[in-house]
Design a protein around this ligand. Structure first.
Ligand code: GLN
Length: 292
């Protein structure tokens, strides 16, 4: 199908056109992505789109839709184009300065929420190390009232995104945002009930054959060094000193990294080491406790 410039088309025509264009560009979820673009520009739900699919789309909205479609065909991630990403129960603001939150990170959230639920504390504190968009921290703080978060990241720009998300969900009064490399900005006596992190974990090999979308994401949020494990070494050795007795550290790991990272936790004297799988049966999350 060829669309004419400056001429209104029905929503239905644009749906068919958009899907086909995305499919031809090799985008797997063409239908779903096309719907999401339309939902954004028409400001309505998926059902509403289909209910009014025989209506004409304003030429201005059509042009915006086509512009995003062109960019998406160049494999720029949809999250950056729409400046939003769904994660857990939230819709977060994202831009190219932060990693777009992934569904597998929800496994991390699910399990840390259990930890917080099980704690008898009146006031619970956590550190999100390498917070990026703030997805994990926002999910945690939205789930509980008396939970206080520190969000750190080496990237000043990523922290601006996190701050925007904290504001969006009115969480700033319970949050502290700190720029710095891992534990470097914190003094020895700063301790939390929980430390959570989704650090960069791709290997140098992964970094060389990134799927097109990932080349648009910040390298510093993906690159975990030669074997992808650089950050875990530091987290395992330093988290203990920043956890209260009995406190928990929870990390997301890449495929095939769970055995070695959990072994490091064990060898460093952490207790109660637990592994959790993601939807694809990949060992994705490790939790460990500082002995009390
Ligand atoms: N989950 C991302 C990916 O494999 C990587 C995120 C990370 O390095 N923490 O696409």
């Amino acid at each position: 199908m060829i669309l004419e410039k400056g001429i209104g088309n029905t929503i239905h025509e644009l749906i068919l056109f958009g899907r086909e264009e995305l499919r031809q560009a090799g985008i797997e979820e063409a239908q779903q992505e096309c719907d999401r673009i339309l939902m954004k520009f028409l400001g309505c739900s998926r059902t509403e789109i289909y209910l009014k699919k025989h209506k004409l789309m304003k030429t201005e909205v059509k042009e915006n839709f086509l512009t995003v479609l062109e960019k998406r065909k160049r494999r720029i991630p949809l999250g950056y184009l729409l400046q939003e990403a769904d994660f857990w129960k939230e819709t977060l603001y994202v831009n190219e300065n932060c990693l777009i939150p992934r569904p597998e990170t929800e496994i991390l959230v699910e399990n840390v929420l259990q930890v917080i639920r099980g704690s008898k504390k009146e006031r619970f504190s956590f550190l999100d190390l390498g917070a990026g968009s703030g997805a994990i921290a926002v999910a945690i703080m939205n789930a509980f009232e008396a939970v206080y978060g520190t969000l750190s990241d080496i990237s000043e720009e990523a922290l601006k995104v996190a701050t925007k998300n904290l504001k969006k969900y009115s969480l700033t009064s319970r949050a502290k945002v700190v720029q710095g490399d891992l534990f470097e900005p914190f003094s020895n006596d700063e301790k939390w009930d929980l430390i959570v992190s989704n650090p960069p974990y791709l290997t140098s090999w992964d970094m060389k054959k990134l799927q097109p979308e990932l080349t648009f994401e910040p390298k510093e949020a993906l690159d975990g060094g030669i074997d992808g494990l650089d950050f875990y070494q530091k987290i395992v050795s330093e988290a203990k000193g920043h956890l209260v007795p009995g406190g928990t550290v929870a990390v997301e790991v890449g495929q095939g990294q769970a055995d070695i990272v959990s072994k490091w936790f064990r060898e460093s004297g952490y207790d109660n080491i637990q592994l959790f799988k993601d939807y694809l049966q990949v060992q994705r999350v490790i939790m460990a406790q500082r002995n009390s």
